[in-house]
Structure formats: C-alpha cells, structure tokens
Design a protein around this ligand. Sequence first.
Ligand SMILES: [Mg+2]
Length: 459
Amino acid sequence: MPKLVSNSVKPSAGSILPAENPSVYEAPILHIDLDAFFASVEILDEPSLKGKPVAVGGAGARSVIASASYEARRYGVKSAMPSLLAQRMCPDLIILPGRFDRYEYYSQRFHDIINDLTPDYEPLGLDEVFCDLRSLSLLTPDPIAAAWNLKGRINDELGLLSGVGLGRNKLWAKLASKRSKPHVVKGQLIDGPGVLWVDPEMEAKWLVELPIRSLWGVGPATAAKLENLGIHFVRDLSKVGEETLAIHVGPAMARSLADYATGDDERAVEINRELKSIGHDQTFAKSIRSVEELLEIAKSHSAIVARALRSKEQVARTISVSLRFDDQSAVSRSQTLPFGVDDETAISAIVGALMETVPLKESVRLVGVHLSNFLDRSENAVQLSFDIDSGSIEGKAKVAQLSQERQVSKEALRDAVDEVRAKFGNTSLGTLSELGDEGLEIERQRGSHAFGPKDSRAT
Ligand SMILES: [Mg+2]
C-alpha cells in the first residue's frame, strides 16, 4: 500500500497515513519532478491557456513534443511523441515553440527553494532534482513532512505542481516520484498520491512487477538488448548471471543491473557544483575567551573549508566569519574579494582580519567560517598558490612560473586585508598581516586584544 495518498498539493483528509513516517535514514533520497514543466510555464505566463490542451514542441513534419499539459495528456499526447501524431490525437492541441529563458528563470527559482531545504542536491535537467536528506537528520527528522512542505512552497511561490518520491536510493526515489503524479486512464485524469515513499514491502512488490524499461539508467537500446535475452521485468534479471549480462551490455551496466535486481543502487547524489556556500561551524563545550585560541580555531576552520572548496575545483570570492557569544548575541562579518581564493593561508588571513574587527565583549560559544560567491577555478583571474611543494623539481618550476603572479596575489591580498580594516574600522590593537616568503603570516603584538576594545562598534 502506498505510504501516503492524496491530491497533488497537500495531504487530503482521506490520506492513508503510514503508522509511522520513515526517518531520513530509511528514506534518505528525495526525487522531485515538476509536472508538465514547459507547458505549465506557458500557461502561467498566458493564463488564457488554462484548461486547454497545450504542448511545447516543434510544429514541423519531423518535430516532437517536448512537454504536454494534463489536458493534452488526456488525449494521449506525451513528450517525445511526433508532433504530427499528437495533432492527430488531439486536433485542438495548441503547440507552442518554447521559451527557454522563461524555463531557466523558473528552474532557478525551483532550485532556490530546494536549496532552502538542503544544499545537498543534484539537478537533473531543468525540472528534476535529487536531494540527499541525511545532512538534515536534526533539522528535518521527517522526510515525508519535508516533502509536502517542499511541494507546498513550489505550488504557492511558483504556481507549479510536482511529484515527490522518497526511497533508500536514487532508483526508488525516481520511480516513486513518477508514480506519485497524476496519470491518465482511459481519457480520465487520476490523481496520484503526490508524495510517495517506497518502503521495503513496496520495493519487494515493485521488483516483481516492474518492466525493465521503467528503470532509470536503462535506455531504449539497453532495454532492447535485455528483452532479446528474455529479460522483460526486473525480476527476470536474477535469472541471468552478471557475466552473461556483461557480454551483452558491458561490465559497468551489468554491475548496475545486478544491483537493480535486488533494488540496490550505488549512485550517489552528485552535489551541485554551483554551491551557494561552504561552511564549518563549531560550538564549544566550554566557551572560549582566549584570542589566540579563537584564531587557532578559525585557522583550522579555514583549512577545512578550503579543502572542501578545492574538492569542487572552485574558488570563493566571499569569506565570512560568524561568532556567537555567551549571551547568545551573534556577529558576522564578511569580505568580498576582487578575485577568488581556494588556499587556506589566504582564507585564514582574511578570516583573521575579519575577526580582529569584532569586539570581544564576551566569551565565544561558536566560531564559523563560510565561503560563498564561487567561481570555477579556470575563471579566476588571479591564482593564489601558496601550497606548492617547492622541494620537487616540478615544484621549483611551478614556483618560478608563478612567482610573478604570486607577487600580484600578495599585493591583492594585502589590499583586501586593508579593505576589511577600513570597512569595519580598525578596532584591533594588534598588527596585521605580513606576507612572508612562506605565505601570509598574521603577527600580533604581545598582549594584544585582537578583537578590539570593549567600547567598540556595535555587533
Ligand atoms: Mg517533469
């Protein structure tokens, strides 16, 4: 039995509610797919189309339909169908040419709403997203509630309907979102559950019933090869060994199929490379007053976020520091650089400069370092490279090659540090930022209170 049944936007009174909702560990993967996306955007922009059979696609002899409204689907019109056939099935069909700037605009707003739920998401085209909910174990302990909330926001703020699937992996989440949507039976539109979680019982049932073609990742060519081997349903996969499959579909696909046969799926949610921010926060068991200790912590946070950033092959232009004090007040400071950085020495130099502008009025409970405003490494005008192994031959060559750039970088970084002080006021009693041969070092005067005098600027 489906775990939640209702209309398309909110759980209805007659919903079959599960006795207990799954935890994020039972349903870690969410897949959301906007309904009839291109056609729906056309109807939103031109309300007179509402209730009419609308499709987006080409009108030529060899054109196909890209997206069809539910009114058009009642006539059997589907995406990827030849436009001529669609017009024959539905003579009143309104075929529009498509406006990709509008679809991109709505897609961006869709991603913004997703990002509010979690930054751990992977877009698939313009109108589908996989989310990994595991990072939200404390924030969102109930994936079904999170799914309804997400659907509700997308409907309220964008005017778009969607289907949401939850499962233990991408395979089930994607199958579930498809089955959560309305579908047409004999010209009648039948409501889907809206949100669907595939629990272990349903998995077992689907494994028996599912046609091989319905598996995400099994394209028409692979499906045809499998059908030639007598494999029509997922349940048939177990009849053929992985070795035999490998001969026909290659070893990688054979491995995946062997997984799918048991409902497993190794594919991870590939987190969006266009991240909004990367951060590291730490709350202390015992509040800290020592400036040296806080700067050491900020430095280690800088190293952690720098490493995360480099793994994305991106550089960040904006560096932020947040502090929370014992009295629960909080301060954040940020600086946007004219260039991107991905090096922990550079990041901790800016972090240090930002921290020096914060009056240390109380002991500190939390220190956070965040990076945002990303560029691809290749787009970055000024490369900062402090982490070259100058001992090796390649390293020596690289140092020579970069020495000029590095000189520019040092100056640019020094300017940025000066700008921080100018912007927030130099409340610091310490001295700042010397760029030594080994990179940038923060020196301070003995006994200084680097977070500034008590009577300093407001938080
Ligand atoms: Mg869609």
